[in-house]
Design a protein around this ligand. Structure first.
Ligand SMILES: [Zn+2]
Length: 92
């Protein structure tokens, strides 16, 4: 399956292959959406989850400005979810 996917070009794909590909993408998106709902936060990439920004010497440190020292960052998927929620509440 993986070998066939690597060698076949999209033009050679049959309708069935497209349906499987779309199904896999939808499953992945659904799984990601559930994961964002259950675990809305991820490790801050700037401070690598420490909440601190250390100086080049490594001795001095201050709170990370990106996450304000919380070490957590809202995941992109959750941000979209929140945005959709706010948008739908505005429509009421
Ligand atoms: Zn941070």
């Amino acid at each position: 399956m993986a070998y066939a996917a690597a060698t076949a070009t999209p033009a050679d794909w049959s309708l069935q292959t497209w349906l499987i590909a779309i199904g896999v993408i939808l499953l992945w998106v659904a799984g990601y959406a559930v994961a964002c709902w259950l675990w809305p936060f991820t490790r801050c990439g700037w401070c690598e989850g420490t909440g601190r920004r250390t100086s080049p010497s490594g001795k001095a440190w201050g709170p990370c400005r990106r996450c304000k020292g919380k070490a957590a960052r809202i995941r992109t998927g959750r941000r979209i979810f929140n945005w959709l929620k706010v948008t739908s509440e505005d429509a009421k």
